[in-house]
Design a protein around this ligand. Structure first.
Ligand SMILES: O=C[C@H](O)[C@H](O)[C@H](O)COP(=O)(O)O
Length: 235
């Protein structure tokens, strides 16, 4: 369920711009995905140059990359707070006439449960994206992480809410994707979402749902990489 499109140059500009907001002494939430990976690499270079930070990874993948580039790591239990989080998105509402402006769909890489923990703990949550992620209304399927035992029941409840759930299949493994937390993912198509906040509340209320990929009212800033620069949105 990864999004494609969006040039790597645009992703790199967004990621590197967000990394510039990280200051000495910061605890930094390290999101997951191809756009955030550019921010993590930029932070690794800054650490090489003397920047002192501690990172909190949001997935196996971001932890591995952070270790590779030399960012010292910690976890949520070991810090008083998170100064800043940098994370990507699969869709970003870009319409200041709607209350959903800045709402996100995340979880294309099935990392949204830990991402929501870390991103919501941060004083500032910076979204990094390329223009292909911007949309007037969210409409991609919403990733919903569920306990394995609950996936049939949870799928029924999603249908009652008007969604069409699909158990996410693994690639190069028979059977479903298993998240870093040992759970399964239902990709739930609701079509165009005019009220993602309401849907977020309804999905959270389903027994067995660990976390869903609707991030409403969490982002503070989006850096959108273009071919020739970076646009900033403040929410
Ligand atoms: O689970 C994955 C995350 O939510 C990613 O941040 C999201 O899928 C965006 O990834 P990318 O920057 O690779 O498009």
């Amino acid at each position: 369920m990864k999004t494609d499109g969006g040039s790597d140059a645009a992703k790199r500009r967004a990621g590197e711009r967000a990394a510039e907001d990280v200051e000495d002494g910061f605890v930094v939430g390290l999101g997951t995905g191809s756009t955030t990976a550019h921010a993590i690499r930029a932070l690794g270079r800054a650490v090489d140059d003397g920047l002192e930070i501690r990172g909190i990874p949001t997935s196996f993948q971001s932890r591995r990359l952070a270790l590779e580039v030399g960012i010292p790591l910690t976890d949520l239990d070991a810090v008083d707070g998170v100064d800043i989080a940098i994370d990507g998105a699969d869709q970003v509402v870009d319409d200041s006439d709607t209350a959903a402006h800045g709402a996100l769909i995340k979880g294309g890489g099935a990392a949204h449960a830990r991402e929501k923990l870390v991103d919501s703990a941060a004083d500032r949550f910076l979204v990094v994206a390329d223009p292909s992620k911007l949309t007037e209304r969210l409409e991609r399927p919403v990733p919903v992480e569920v306990l394995p035992d609950s996936h049939t029941l949870a799928a029924d409840r999603v249908r009652e809410l008007g969604g069409e759930p699909t158990l996410r299949d693994a690639e190069r493994k028979d059977g479903p994707v298993v998240t870093d937390n040992g759970n399964l993912v239902l990709d739930c198509a609701f079509g165009r979402m005019d009220d993602p906040d309401r849907l977020a509340t309804q999905l959270s209320a389903i027994p067995g749902v660990v976390e869903h990929g609707l991030f409403v009212g969490l982002a503070d800033v989006a850096y959108v990489g273009r071919e020739d620069g970076v646009e900033r949105r403040d929410y």
